[in-house]
Design a protein around this ligand. Sequence first.
Ligand SMILES: Nc1ncnc2c1ncn2[C@@H]1O[C@H](COP(=O)(O)OP(=O)(O)O)[C@@H](O)[C@H]1O
Ligand SMILES: [Mg+2]
Length: 252
Amino acid sequence: MHMLEIRNLRVAVGGREILKGVTLSVSSGETVVLMGPNGSGKSTLFQAIAGNPKYEILDGDILLDGESIRDLAPEERFAKGIFVGFQSPVAVPEVRFAFLLQAMLNIRAGKKLTDPNPQVLAQAQKLAAELGLKPEVFNRGVGAGFSGGEFKRAEVLQALLLNPKFVILDEPDSGLDVDGIAAVGKAVSRLSASGSGVLLSTHYARVLKFIKPTRVYVMADGRIVLQGDENIIKKIEEIGYKSYFEEIRQEL
Ligand SMILES: Nc1ncnc2c1ncn2[C@@H]1O[C@H](COP(=O)(O)OP(=O)(O)O)[C@@H](O)[C@H]1O
Ligand SMILES: [Mg+2]
């Protein structure tokens, strides 16, 4: 059985159909890459999996371990083990980052909110050092004055601390320097080695230096148009989506 299964998913935003029947699956320990031109619907898919109510499911299903989660609230999906690192994370400057981390752990464990536990903080500090994040981020508001790179690293830190069943990372390598990409790559390898399913989007073959995808899907205009291995990523980086789609059309 697949860990995450998306079945013929159709999703509308503001009354406009964006996903027009997406089917894909990710099993435990897999690292699956989703590619596609800007606006093809990658982030929409991730929002729909997270349960953002702005994204209306018209048809199809989302299954986690064979059970439908399409009618669950976002926090219920999170409690079941789905973590989504968004492309443009929302800043919540009035909540300290340390408090958010503890709250996430408590919510997942079905416990009441508490102040940050010193052991959790110690573990978070260790992860921060590995990811190249300054220790003072924990005392700052969530996203308060975070640089693009700090945002991305902070999301990966959350994923590592939670070690969720299923991790989604929306363009985790965008805006990161080489060290940042290496750190993200290492984190993804660690998560998949621990049995998490990983689904991530990217535009760049540079991640392949650090991530070994088990499968690559390509999306265009709200549909999966192709599935294959990492050679797809290399080819798209080399010639671009437009030429790539033309080549495929000619081959068919
Ligand atoms: N919250 C939203 N409000 C309005 N339109 C949206 C929203 N989210 C996505 N869209 C639209 O859906 C389409 C797909 O966007 P998106 O999923 O962000 O693509 P990608 O992540 O592949 O670049 C775009 O046309 C975008 O404008
Ligand atoms: Mg996107």
